[in-house]
Design a protein around this ligand. Structure first.
Ligand code: AMP
Length: 613
């Protein structure tokens, strides 16, 4: 049987699936003719599960059994601010699961977040199979550029539970740029401004001569159109409170109805100056009533402006990392449903000083790019000997003069790791040794550089055989710094953010106390100098070290980041070559037994029939 490959944009609000059909890449429609599949899962009283549009419709009737916005939470720990905020705001119940993982509790059952996303992916797969025929088993799945390893790994788990092999986890803006370049043969510097329902990301990309290089990326995984809906709902709830005489914000069912009405008004206000709608069944049990709500575009823009302005703080960060000014950009590409707002378009135009590209559908461009990449990967993979080297740093605009001791350019990173010999410093479990690059907990004095200090991008990248016009070489970057915990709770960078992936980073540490026979290597991700403020990705232990005075046993820690942004960590006793046998388990992810159980439960769960158009 022929198997098909697809590209899936697994969105916070909507999911889109696309595939190559003949000479074209197209988005695929569900039985109702819709290409946007709401990323919503509703657990019915009869034990069946609704996904997509029927679940969206059920959200108002059954808010506590209808689960959404999971992408905001996937791969996060129970203690994170995001999960805490979601527990306050979302109408369904959440519980703390094993390894600090948040779980959704519905109708007496608990579900891992990856399981919820798996329902959505399974729906995308069934839409694809209805269009392409059975045997859709492999997909390129997109994620926000700001997703960390844990979030990427959790997305892969979701795909496995849904019966899909992940060909590649691709950053959403990279996918959008692929679609953009293929369609129009563009070249130059592109800013991909991606403002969706739950997340905002901006990515600066260079596209030319069949090479797509991500120069920098920055994001906020808790900034999106949903925040605008909440700001509107709070305003409308205040207004309605006078009419209804109830504290509507405290009633989940009423607030959910007001939130849904707000979203509707917001969409309408993208094309008109004033909009109104009815909200039914608000108030307290037994006294529910209908009320009319309205808003003008001016009022919406007043509420939305502080939220939209936060996106430009993120843009500033991305420009700073790439070291160029807004006027060095050739194209601005809009992605995500929230970029349909006139306010957003106006502000983007003012900020970047140029009109954004208007010929691409912001809802579909990511899935289209993912499908192009999937088709290219499925077409065959060539090995490194054929690959052109990534473009040289000199193609960039002149950067600020590097501070002394600042990270090297991409051209000299290969020789850097072995040659640096800075002084050792005190650490908790281990001390940086001869291979380390700085004596501070984090090299804060050096300006951020587009390329990492202790990392060497692997020249041996795979080159997909691309369909005509698709970039032959994808140079993506890791969005967040990967580090190891050191003494007094500080961090040492092993792979700096914005390193081209795949890449490896290595640091050597030494023991912190006399006769230390084991070492714990805690691995984190984030930009804080303090380990506790970053995301703990996992830990590994190295036992059986030679008993020696402190500072005399060298432990080499090697991080290997693959092109899906998944991290493999090894710790090696430099003298004995003993390598840690423990594998890094990302905190909060299921082990293989648990994964199998999830898959079995998933397969057994009946789907409710979907109504048509
Ligand atoms: P995405 O995550 O890209 O699917 O974007 C979903 C977000 O886009 C949600 O917050 C929607 O309310 C918002 N959205 C979709 N269409 C419009 C529109 N026409 N005007 C304003 N916001 C929209």
């Amino acid at each position: 049987m022929m198997t098909s490959v697809v590209g899936i944009d697994l969105g916070t609000t909507n999911t889109v699936v696309a595939a190559q059909r003949g000479q074209h890449v197209v988005t695929l429609a569900d039985e109702g003719g819709r290409t946007l599949i709401p990323s919503i899962v509703s657990f019915c009283a009869n034990g069946s599960v609704q996904v997509g549009e029927p679940a969206r419709q059920n959200r108002l009737n059954d808010p506590t059994a209808t689960v959404y916005s999971i992408k905001r939470l996937i791969g996060r720990s129970w203690a994170s601010d995001e999960v805490r905020l979601a527990r306050e705001r979302l109408p369904f119940q959440m519980e703390q699961g094993p390894g600090q993982a948040p779980m959704v509790a519905v109708r007496g059952q608990t579900y891992a977040l990856a399981e919820i996303s798996a329902f959505v992916l399974r729906k995308a797969r069934s839409v694809a199979e209805a269009a392409l025929g059975p045997g859709v088993e492999r997909a390129v799945i997109t994620v926000p550029a700001s997703f960390n390893d844990l979030q990427r790994a959790a997305t892969k788990v979701a795909a496995r539970v849904a019966g899909l092999e992940t060909l590649r986890i691709l950053n959403e803006p990279t996918a959008a740029a692929i679609a953009c370049g293929l369609d129009r043969g563009k070249s130059g510097r592109i800013a991909v401004y991606d403002f969706g329902g739950g997340t905002f990301d901006v990515t600066l990309i260079e596209l030319s001569h069949d090479v797509l290089e991500v120069l920098s990326t920055a994001g906020d995984s808790f900034l999106g159109g949903d925040d605008i809906d909440v700001a509107m709902s709070e305003r409308l709830a205040e207004q309605l409170q006078d009419a209804v005489g109830e504290l509507l914000q405290e009633d989940p069912s009423s607030f959910e109805r007001i939130r849904s009405a707000s979203e509707l008004l917001k969409r309408e206000l993208s094309s008109r100056e004033q909009a109104a709608t009815d909200v039914e069944f608000i108030g307290t049990e037994g006294h529910r009533q209908a009320a009319r709500v309205s808003m003008t575009r001016t009022e919406l823009e007043r509420l939305a402006t502080p939220i939209v302005e936060r996106t430009f703080d993120v843009c500033e960060r991305a420009l700073e990392i790439a070291r160029f000014n807004r006027d060095a950009l050739d194209h601005v590409l809009l992605v995500g449903g929230s970029t349909r707002m006139p306010l957003v378009r106006r502000r983007v135009e003012t900020y970047f000083g140029r009109s954004p590209e208007s010929q691409f559908n912001p809802d579909e461009v990511v899935a289209i790019g993912a499908a192009m990449h999937a088709a290219a990967l499925a077409g065959g993979v060539r090995r490194s000997s054929m690959i052109p080297m990534p473009p040289a740093v000199s193609r960039r605009p002149p950067a600020r003069a590097p501070a002394s001791g600042s990270p090297p350019t991409r051209n000299d990173v290969g020789t850097l790791i072995a040659s640096r010999t800075p002084p050792a410093q005190s650490l908790k479990a281990a001390l940086p040794g001869p291979d380390s690059s700085s004596s501070a907990p984090r090299a804060s004095s050096a300006p951020p550089h587009p390329r990492a200090s202790a990392t060497a991008p692997l020249a041996n990248a795979d080159v997909p055989l691309a369909p005509s016009g698709a970039p032959a070489l994808l140079v993506d970057v890791t969005p967040l710094t990967l580090c190891v915990e050191t003494v007094n709770g500080f961090c040492e960078t092993v792979i700096a953010r914005n390193a081209a992936v795949p890449c490896e980073g290595a640091r050597t540490f030494v023991t912190a106390i006399d006769n230390q026979v084991s070492v714990r290597v805690a691995v984190g991700q984030g930009e804080s100098h303090f380990f506790a403020e970053n995301t703990l990705l996992g830990e590994l232990q190295l036992y059986g070290l030679r008993a020696a005075p402190r500072g005399e046993v060298n432990i080499k820690v090697i991080f290997a980041l693959d092109r899906d942004g998944i991290l493999n960590v090894r710790a090696i006793d430099a003298a004995t070559r003993k390598t840690t046998s423990a594998r890094l388990r990302l905190v909060g992810l299921p082990d293989s037994d648990h994964l199998q159980l999830m898959k079995e439960r998933h397969d057994a769960m009946p789907s409710a029939p979907n109504p048509g158009r």
